[in-house]
Design a protein around this ligand. Structure first.
Ligand code: PLP
Length: 400
């Protein structure tokens, strides 16, 4: 209702409060489209593009867009165009890597205890096909250590899956040390890296990590949902063969425009050389504001610095459970994530937090993640609204 409408209200009736402006602090969940990528997408969607596998002019134009994107992504990753398979996103890339990287279904698959559900479920699928599963434990801050790998891997380990950066708590793995160790401990193992959260935020050349397969997605870096890629030098068994697209490794007509958008979003994220510093400064301001409003709140995971994603804050807030807090935040216009899921109506702690040895009784766990376009006003207001949500819930849950 605008001011003119308000003047039409009966005397004594106040106008409704203005709608709460949204505060988006769930960039670990997904990110808003980079405006330049949005404009480029719209322009390209209007072009007369055909099926990139067709011989005619419209097909040739789409093929050129697709192959240019592949070449540009190869440069960003430090690999070769023929090492890139376009997919629908991180989940598909990880599943293709785990299920497609070795035709052998004997021996063992090892995954870290804090892998994303995409990896966990793909590893479980391998156990249904005859492989044994080993889980590599992590430290209380989510790090895989050389000791844990040494204790877990065996000479018959055939697949090892690790993360570049953890999605809930933002812990960055020391893959430069861990991957050579995996090669020594399990020489027959294919190494899969989930770089979905880390790509463009962790300054590494993914193809030079020494892994066999690296999975990325566009929507964590201000690109569109629905496009990702897998980098690999291995021949892959496709999850679906279709018409043999992507050199027989992933069937289905390729979305050339989305491939362009993935690469443009990644290129712009990498070119924004100040982005990590800006995001870390915003995250640090957020931590400071939350600490100011809510003494006793602790940060989960590694301290801010080189072993933590610059955009990630994950808090443990004593005195209330997670789920009502996330709901209250949503009602207050703050997009946040719990790091805990709800199963059959009963609040439970996420597998990641369980792996860190955390317990639901400790309080509410909430992840707040900034992006390249987040403003300082947004983090300051987000922290204030968080505090305003916490206080009444604490009173409601006191003594329960
Ligand atoms: N891996 C990690 C670490 C993630 O954070 C996500 C998404 O949340 C995925 C994999 C899955 O990626 P996508 O949403 O593109 O399927």
């Amino acid at each position: 209702m605008n001011a003119a409408d308000a003047s039409a209200l009966p005397v004594g009736v106040s106008p409704p409060p203005p709608p709460t402006s949204p505060i988006y602090l769930d960039n670990g969940g997904t990110t808003a489209l980079d405006p330049e990528v949005h404009a480029g997408l719209c322009a390209r969607l209007a072009l007369p593009l055909g099926n990139p596998n067709a011989a005619h002019e419209a097909g040739r134009a789409a093929r050129e867009m697709l192959e240019t994107a592949r070449g540009d992504l190869a440069v960003l990753l430090g690999g070769k165009p023929e090492e890139i398979v376009f997919t629908s996103g991180g989940t598909e890339s990880i599943t293709l890597a785990l299920l497609g990287c070795t035709p052998v279904r004997t021996g063992r698959v090892a995954v870290s205890a804090v892998e994303h559900s995409a990896t966990r479920t793909a590893a479980l699928a391998l156990t249904e096909q005859g492989m044994a599963l080993d889980v590599v434990p992590v430290t209380p801050t989510g790090l895989v250590t050389p000791e844990a790998l040494t204790a877990t891997l065996r000479p018959d380990t055939r697949i090892v899956s690790l993360m570049l950066a953890q999605n809930e708590i933002g812990t960055i793995s020391d893959l430069a040390s861990l991957i050579p160790l995996v090669r020594r401990l399990a020489p027959k193992a294919r190494i899969v890296v989930d770089a979905v959260q880390g790509f463009t935020k962790v300054p590494v050349r993914l193809a030079a990590l020494g892994a066999d397969c690296v999975a990325i997605t566009a929507h964590k870096l201000h690109g569109p949902i629905g496009i990702g890629a897998l980098w690999t030098r291995l021949p892959l068994t496709p999850l679906f063969k279709g018409g043999g697209q992507e050199r027989g490794q992933r069937g289905g007509t390729q979305p050339a425009v989305l491939a362009w958008a993935l690469v443009e979003a990644a290129r712009r994220a990498v070119a924004d050389v100040d982005a990590s510093r800006r995001m870390a400064a915003l995250r640090d301001r957020l931590v400071e504001e939350v600490g100011h409003h809510l003494p006793g709140v602790t940060l989960t995971g590694e301290p801010p610095g080189p072993t933590r994603l610059p955009n990630n804050a994950h808090f443990c807030i004593p005195g209330l459970p997670s789920e009502p807090l996330i709901n209250a935040l949503a009602a207050a216009g703050v997009a946040a994530s719990a790091g805990a899921a709800c199963s059959t109506g009963k609040a439970r702690i996420s597998p990641t937090l369980q792996a860190l040895g955390r317990r639901a009784e400790e309080g509410a766990f909430v992840r707040l993640t900034v992006g390249r376009f987040t403003t300082e006003a947004c983090v300051v207001e987000g922290a204030a609204r968080l505090a305003a949500c916490v206080e009444p819930l604490r009173r409601a849950y006191a003594g329960r």
